[in-house]
Write a protein that binds this ligand. Structure first.
Ligand SMILES: Cc1cc2nc3c(=O)[nH]c(=O)nc-3n(C[C@H](O)[C@H](O)[C@H](O)COP(=O)(O)OP(=O)(O)OC[C@H]3O[C@@H](n4cnc5c(N)ncnc54)[C@H](O)[C@@H]3O)c2cc1C
Length: 405
């Protein structure tokens, strides 16, 4: 199948403008950060730096390029989104303060929100004035999201919410959250579990909403359990109609799949960076032919994954579905991310295992943290086994019993 690498004049101008803006603003921002090196690794400091970076991007209208112009975006085309993801990754820019808000929740509000809801919430997502989280998963509803059981029972102009959400990233920092609740529990007994789900914007400071951080494998406390006990949510905070929650969520869960292109560029930059660090701390490893083999394999796989994303984009540009390239790229990226983090600690030798905070930590302990944290890549956003089942059933159409949930 033909892959179209051609850029239109508008795409080229978009990329040039972004590079010029970054060249003007990024170095000064990064230098200012180095001044307070003492605080560099505290969670609060990292979040404040992200907020400052997002505010700067917003001032240049570069924070949410895929949003419509009237809401502060640039109505970027799929090709421009891909260029954006690649250039931002290549320049190693800091993360956003409201990643979920910008990439997932904002587009949901734009597509499904009333004018009042858009006016009320979109500006604060964009500016980073208020943090947002996304609350879908539950103890018995992860890959099988439609099995969610947290209930929202209508009571006049409000809904009363009871249940537990889990693994909700940054909920402890969030002022608002976009949640899915079950407004019709009979849908489960009717075996129509995708029905009867409704999306709501939740005030995370409201009575009856309790957030408990969970420590992850790398030692950070960035995701949470969120428990609702008779929490009251205004009907005015419902996003879309009652029972439309599945559509609200699904329309946009796949919204920014080209984001994976940025993650692939990040992997390529990581590979270059780990080789540079190895030259300084463990140069002998670079003479090891087995290590050379792993490095070459990693580079080749990164390039293959990048081409897969380009093929998906070529299909989108022709008005076709980006299937099955997108689940294939997710699968390949997640495995690559893990094998690369294993390669890093092997390549760097004893220095690669030193953790964050220690005086001799290499690259501030980035590689040892990544080694542990990358276990998430084959779980979050749909786990490997389930992705493989979907590809086997729907793309390859392997004979046998349907496996995917
Ligand atoms: C770092 C991180 C951040 C996250 N942030 C958020 C967030 O902000 N908001 C949010 O809502 N969620 C979040 N999640 C949750 C994430 O979406 C879920 O972890 C994911 O959907 C998998 O669900 P689960 O953990 O319940 O695993 P399960 O679905 O219970 O799966 C457990 C195991 O069983 C396997 N399995 C399940 N079903 C099948 C099947 N049909 N066939 C074969 N094998 C199967 C899986 O592959 C897996 O190995 C986050 C997760 C992580 C790791």
């Amino acid at each position: 199948m033909a892959v179209d690498f051609a850029m239109s004049p508008a795409d080229r101008a978009f990329a040039e403008d972004l590079r010029a803006w970054l060249d003007e603003h990024l170095p000064a921002f990064l230098t200012a950060g180095d001044e307070d090196d003492d605080h560099a690794s505290t969670a609060e400091h990292i979040q404040e730096r992200r907020r400052a970076w997002q505010k700067l991007l917003d001032q240049g209208r570069w924070a949410a390029v895929h949003w419509p112009e009237e809401w502060g975006g640039r109505a970027a085309t799929p090709m421009q989104r891909l260029l954006y993801a690649e250039i931002m990754a290549e320049k190693r820019v800091p993360g956003l303060y409201n990643t979920n808000g910008i990439w997932q929740i904002g587009p949901m509000l734009i597509q499904w929100g009333t004018d009042d809801q858009k006016r009320r919430w979109l500006p604060s997502i964009l500016s980073g004035d208020e943090h947002w989280c996304q609350g879908f998963s539950e103890p018995d509803a992860g890959n099988d999201l439609a099995n969610l059981r947290t209930t929202a029972v209508a009571d006049g102009d409000t809904y009363v919410v009871n249940g537990t959400k889990i693994w909700i990233s940054t909920a402890h920092l969030a002022r608002w959250g976009l949640f899915l609740f079950r407004t019709d529990p009979t849908a489960i007994t009717r075996e129509a579990k995708h029905e009867g789900i409704t999306a709501f914007v939740v005030d995370m400071h409201a009575p009856g909403v309790v957030t408990r951080p969970i420590r992850d494998i790398s030692g950070d406390e960035m995701f949470n359990e969120v428990v609702f006990t008779d929490a009251v949510v205004d009907a005015a905070n419902r996003l879309g109609g009652e029972g439309e929650g599945w559509m609200v969520a699904m329309g946009t869960l796949g919204f920014e799949r080209v984001g994976i292109a940025g993650q692939i560029t990040t992997l390529a930059a990581d590979l270059r960076a780990m080789v540079e660090t190895a030259r300084a701390v463990n140069p002998g490893a670079l003479d090891d032919p087995l290590m050379g083999d792993r490095l070459a394999r990693a580079w080749t796989e990164i390039e293959l994954c990048r081409l897969l994303v380009y093929r998906a984009l070529s299909k989108v540009a022709r008005g076709e579905k980006n299937w099955p390239e997108v689940p294939l790229a997710k699968l390949q990226w997640s495995q690559l991310a893990q094998s690369l983090s294993e390669l890093a600690v092997d390549l760097l030798g004893p220095a690669g295992a030193l953790g964050r905070g220690g005086p001799d930590a290499v690259d501030r302990g980035k590689w040892s943290r990544q080694y542990a944290f990358q276990r998430y890549s084959t779980i979050g956003g749909g786990s490997t086994e389930v992705q493989k089942n979907i590809i086997a059933d729907r793309a390859i159409k392997l004979p046998g019993k349907a496996r995917s949930s």
